[in-house]
Every structure is written in structure tokens, then in C-alpha cells.
Design a protein around this ligand. Structure first.
Ligand SMILES: Nc1ncnc2c1ncn2[C@@H]1O[C@H](COP(=O)(O)OP(=O)(O)OP(=O)(O)O)[C@@H](O)[C@H]1O
Length: 604
């Protein structure tokens, strides 16, 4: 039967100019809903059609004038995520007379694809093309062929572990999952869904799975905010990623010296060496304890408790296949905005089912001491976005008191903390690498050590924004780089380290507009104590598109692969992806492209 059908299709074959360079397999006259009779052509790249009557085009017809553009199209299979039969139904055909149509009954099939929004490139919409033919076999054969081509698309997931946070953002996590779930079922992606019952639930499940269980999935999808994503990230990395603690300057473990001149902000060279981002460097500290593998158990959906077997498989980093997905439902959703360019659940779901892939830097943050008098007890955390001290720590602490306000609590807490205008004494050391990527302006400012704090604006520097197929992220490091430790010491309103730009609705360009997703660098932002008015000026710049929040003399911005922090006061409260982390002494390093995401990069 199928052979007969192929003959039928072959008989209708035409050459197809749309498929340049690829051999067209077949073309066939059928009906396209809301267009009319079209000649459909199919080959390995995609499907295209043109109006059946285009050869003997009646120039006076309304259709030619009004609908020609819409009725001719090419859809590449890389943009198609499903094709399905839809039984018998009606197709609306436009007639040659203006705005007239007629409905015809026939067998139908639907091709599901993505379409970029006309107003915003990065916003992807769902689009359905309903084709009809009076012979059911024609529809069946075409769907089969399209599915064969879709099966050849590289990188598409088949099975995913999905965590839905019902408490994310305004409590819409489950509704959002219900909205996007049909995309996954149409694309025949199996989703093992867990609705989280408490904070830490996703962490516990992911960290206790065996590697064998984990790699039976193509990835993990978080339906929630940055907090849920980071919980899953930590669940995956904490028990599996074996690495050393971040490099620190030699005197890091000693109490900060009493050198009075140190309060004059004079960055000085502490340690010279080479930095090789491709190797485990700076074996100054023992291998982290967290890397010890455990023998966990994981409760499966049907209630069986499977114990990790001794001979569990390795989970390598970066993993060549396993990816993370993120469907935005949170209050901030900075990771999704930075990696897809949109804050839209449909766009994110399409990035996942179409098998997009992008690498993401991950920062390892080690808390050494909780308070000034605590013992040294390292605890390891990972972040894909941001860790901040001072203003940021105070905002998260304050906002916890107003959870009932929902996302608005951050604005309220932010205003309160701003009015308080507290600054904190601290010492920050950061690894300065002799890299072309370093912003020459930043280095000049390093040497000045921010001595001219509170003096208004400094010179603007050129920014290379991270985009899809970003050249900076795709350029490998060239071997070893000269490195040295530099130090800043003084009173700071805030200390922040951004892994990515952290764009969000409150900061449309992010904290650091030119941060990259996978350049292996952290953006250390030190805001020195300054007047209320100047700080407000800085915050206002942060909140506006095209603002220049870093171009102030009281703002220091360093691109670095690692830094170490010691509070010189009693306090030590950090904001780690929206969670409070009490750390008087802390160190951090970034791992270039440690994980992969189902995303394409921002099309900004
Ligand atoms: N069922 C639950 N009940 C309460 N808290 C939960 C639950 N599930 C997860 N959480 C916790 O909620 C925290 C915040 O969640 P999430 O990041 O999804 O939303 P958000 O904070 O509103 O968004 P964002 O992080 O983008 O600002 C997470 O750190 C997670 O540990």
C-alpha cells in the first residue's frame, strides 16, 4: 500500500526551488487550512508549499493580491517538533473572490512548529499547519515521512525528569506546566513529573539518584524560578562533581592582618603564577569533602526503593548529552531570560523539545566560616547566576519577613535596605588573569584601586553582548595565562559576583550587560561606600535599559575566574540565588561550560 502511495507522490513530483542543494523527494497537491489548494514538497530539510494555481496565476484574482505571501512557505524540520494525523474534518479554503471562503471535508494531518514572533525575535510561538487530502493514505504516508525526518533531527530529548514548584512566583508553577505539557506529549517526549512538596525536595531526589537512574533521562527540567533551578543544579553536582576547592591567596586562612595602611585601597600583588583553566589548578587546599561519593537510595514513582549499586556508572562533567531545562514560573527568572532572551514558558518548552543546546558556566562557592568565631567547616554550593553580600544579603534577609507579599516583597525589602544605607568592612582578593578578555578599562581601575570613590562617572567601555552562537563563549581559552592575586579592602555597600548578566524585569540589561554564558569568568562587582545620592544614581542606572551602572568611580568591576572574601566585621550574610548563606569567609571559582542547557542563547 505504502509503495502505491509513493508512486502516487512520485507522479506529482516537481522540482522545488525552495530546497536549494537538497534533493526534493516528493511533491503533492493537497489542501492547507485557511489557504486552499497547495503543492506540498518534502525533502530532508523541510516542507514547502506554493499555491496550486501559481503557474497559471490570474493576476486579477484577490487571492493573488491578498494572500500570496502567506500561502507560500518553507518550514525547516529543525523548527518542527511534531506531526500527527487528525482524522476527518473540515479545511477552510479561500476562494478567488475577495474574503470569501468555503469549507471542505477531508482527512487531515497537522504539522506543529515554532515561529519567531514578528515583534521580538527571541519570543517563539506555536504554529500549526493543518493539511487535508481526500485519501487517508496520502495523509498517513506524509505523516510517516515527516516523522522519519524528525527522528533524524539531532539532540532532541525523549525522556525528561520534570520538577514543578507549585509555590514559585505567584504560585502558578502547576498551571504553567499544564500549559506546556501538551507540547511535550505531541513531541513524544516522556516526562516524569514531580510536584515539589517542600524546599529541598528536588535537591534530595536528584542528589540521591544513582547515575544510572539519572542518565536514563536526557535531562532535568525545572518549572519554577532560579531558586528551583539552583536547587536541582546543587542536587546534581554536590554528590557527583569531583573537584578541588577554589584557589585562594596564601594568607587567606590566616586572620586578616592589622596593617593599618591596608585600609588605603591599594590592590597589591599577592601571588604570581599561571592560571590554566583546563586543569585543576592551585592545589592549595585538600580535595573538597563534598566530592566523596555516597551510596544513596532513590524512591521511584511506584514506591520502590532502589539502592545505589556499587558499580554505578560515572557521570562526567561537562556531560556530552545530559541537559538542564528551565520553564519560567518564578519571581525573577534571570537564568531563563539570559539563556533564551525571553521570559516565556512556550518559548522555553520549544527550546527543550527542539533539542537546543548551550553551555553554561557554573560557580562553585565555598563557605569556610559562618561567623567570625566559627570553626573552619567548608560547605560547598553551586550557582548558575549570582551570589551577593551586603545590600544583597540584607535584602534577602529582610524579604524573608514579608514572604506573604509574593514577588513584591523584594521591592519593599529593597527600599527598606536602601534607606538603611549600611556598609560593611571586608577584604576581597581576586585572581587577575592576563587575558585578552579582560576589559582594559577595568584593569586601569584596578591599579587605581578605586581611590577616587564617590567621584561620579568614569569612562564608558565597549560591551560585547552575549547572543546565540556567541563568539566569546565559543572561543577556547588559549592554554596557560599569567595570573596574580589582587586585593581590595575597605567599606562596601555590596559585593556581588555574577556568573551571567542576570537580566530581569528590574534590571533589563542585567547587573553586568556584557557578561557571557560560557566565558569562564565571574564578574566581581564591588560597590564602595558612597553617598546615598550616588548609590541611588547607580541603582537607577541598573533599573533602566541602556543604563551604565558600572561606570561609576565607586564601582569596581573585575572579570575573574576566582575570588576570596573575608568579612572584617561581625556580619557575613550572603544571598546565594535567593537563599541566605551565612559566610564570614568565602571563596569561589567558576567552571567554564560545566553544564548544558536546553536553550539557544539570547536572540537579542
Ligand atoms: N513545594 C514547595 N513549597 C515551598 N517551597 C518550595 C517548594 N518547592 C520548592 N520550594 C523552594 O522555593 C524556592 C524558590 O522557588 P523558585 O525559585 O521556584 O521561585 P521564586 O523564588 O519565586 O523565583 P526566583 O528564584 O526566580 O526569584 C526554591 O529555593 C525551593 O527550594
Amino acid at each position: 500500500m505504502e509503495e502505491n502511495q509513493n508512486n502516487l507522490i512520485a507522479e506529482n513530483s516537481t522540482s522545488d526551488e525552495h530546497f536549494n542543494g537538497a534533493s526534493s523527494l516528493s511533491s503533492l497537491t493537497l489542501f492547507l487550512d485557511r489557504v486552499g489548494e497547495v503543492i506540498l514538497s518534502l525533502n530532508s530539510i523541510g516542507l514547502s508549499w506554493e499555491p496550486a494555481d501559481s503557474q497559471n496565476d490570474d493576476k486579477t484574482s484577490c487571492i493573488r493580491r491578498e494572500n500570496h505571501a502567506e500561502s507560500t512557505a518553507l518550514i525547516e524540520f529543525s523548527d518542527v517538533y511534531a506531526a500527527e494525523l487528525a482524522d476527518w474534518g473540515s479545511v477552510r479554503q479561500l476562494t478567488k473572490c475577495c474574503f470569501m471562503h468555503q469549507d471542505s471535508e477531508m482527512y487531515l494531518f497537522v504539522v506543529h512548529a515554532m515561529q519567531r514572533s514578528k515583534t521580538k525575535e527571541s519570543l517563539w510561538n506555536l504554529v500549526e499547519y493543518t493539511f487535508g487530502h481526500r485519501d487517508q493514505l496520502v495523509c498517513q504516508t506524509l505523516v510517516k515521512k515527516i516523522k522519519l525526518y524528525l527522528a533524524k533531527q539531532i539532540g532532541r530529548p525523549k525522556s525528561l525528569l520534570v520538577f514543578v514548584n507549585p509555590k514559585s512566583g505567584k504560585g502558578n508553577g502547576q498551571n504553567i506546566w499544564r500549559t506546556v505539557a501538551p507540547i511535550f506529549s505531541r513531541a513524544k517526549v516522556r516526562a516524569q513529573v514531580t510536584v515539589t512538596e517542600r524546599a529541598g525536595h528536588a535537591f534530595d531526589l536528584v542528589s540521591s539518584m544513582t547515575n544510572r537512574q539519572l542518565i536514563s533521562y536526557d535531562g532535568i527540567v525545572a518549572v519554577g524560578g532560579d531558586g528551583l533551578f539552583n536547587e536541582i543544579l546543587n542536587g546534581l553536582l554536590t554528590s557527583r562533581f569531583k573537584t578541588k576547592f577554589p584557589p585562594v591567596p596564601p594568607d587567606f586562612m590566616a586572620s586578616p592582618g592589622d596593617d593599618p595602611s591596608a585600609s588605603v585601597l591599594d590592590p597589591r600583588e599577592i601571588n604570581a603564577g599561571t592560571y590554566n583553566p583546563n586543569e585543576d589548578q592551585f592545589p592549595l587546599l585538600p580535595t573538597s569533602r563534598h566530592s566523596e561519593s555516597r551510596s544513596p537510595s532513590f524512591r521511584t514513582q511506584d514506591g520502590e526503593c532502589s539502592t545505589a549499586v556499587e558499580d554505578d556508572v560515572e557521570f562526567s562533567f561537562p556531560h556530552e548529552w545530559f541537559r538542564f531545562g528551565l520553564i519560567p514560573a518564578g519571581s525573577t527568572d534571570a537564568i531563563v531570560i539570559c539563556t533564551t532572551g525571553a521570559r516565556d514558558p512556550i518559548t522555553s518548552a520549544l527550546h527543550i523539545v527542539l533539542g537546543k543546546r548551550i553551555c553554561l558556566d557554573i560557580a562553585q562557592v565555598v563557605k569556610w566560616k559562618a561567623t567570625m568565631n566559627s570553626d573552619i567547616e567548608p560547605s560547598v554550593h553551586y550557582t548558575a547566576s549570582f551570589v551577593g553580600y551586603g545590600f544583597y544579603g540584607d535584602v534577602i534577609t529582610e524579604s524573608e519577613k514579608y514572604r506573604w507579599m509574593g514577588p513584591k516583597r523584594y521591592d519593599f525589602a529593597g527600599t527598606k535596605v536602601f534607606l538603611r544605607h549600611r556598609s560593611y568592612e571586608a577584604e576581597i582578593s581576586y585572581l587577575d588573569i592576563n587575558s585578552k578578555k579582560s576589559d582594559p578599562d577595568s584593569n586601569d581601575d584596578n591599579l587605581n584601586g578605586g581611590r577616587k570613590s564617590c567621584q561620579g562617572l568614569k569612562r564608558k567601555s565597549e560591551k560585547i553582548i552575549c547572543r546565540a552562537n556567541c563568539e566569546v563563549c565559543n572561543t577556547p581559552f588559549s592554554g596557560k595565562m599569567k595570573s596574580k592575586w589582587l586585593r581590595s579592602r575597605g567599606r562596601f555597600l555590596s559585593v556581588g559576583a555574577a556568573v551571567i548578566s542576570c537580566r530581569n524585569e528590574r534590571a533589563p540589561d542585567g547587573l553586568v550587560a556584557d557578561a557571557h554564558l560560557a566565558d569562564g569568568l565571574l564578574h566581581l562587582i564591588l560597590i564602595r561606600n558612597c553617598s546615598h545620592a550616588l548609590y541611588l544614581w547607580h541603582l537607577t542606572n541598573l533599573a533602566k535599559k541602556g543604563g551604565t551602572p558600572l561606570d561609576f568611580k565607586f564601582v569596581e568591576h573585575y572579570k575573574t575566574p576566582a575570588f576570596a572574601f573575608t568579612s572584617l566585621g561581625k556580619e557575613g550574610v550572603w544571598n546565594l540565588d535567593g537563599e541566605i548563606l551565612r559566610a564570614h569567609k568565602l571563596s569561589a571559582q567558576v567552571f567554564r561550560g560545566l553544564i548544558s542547557l536546553f536553550a539557544n542563547g539570547p536572540e537579542v
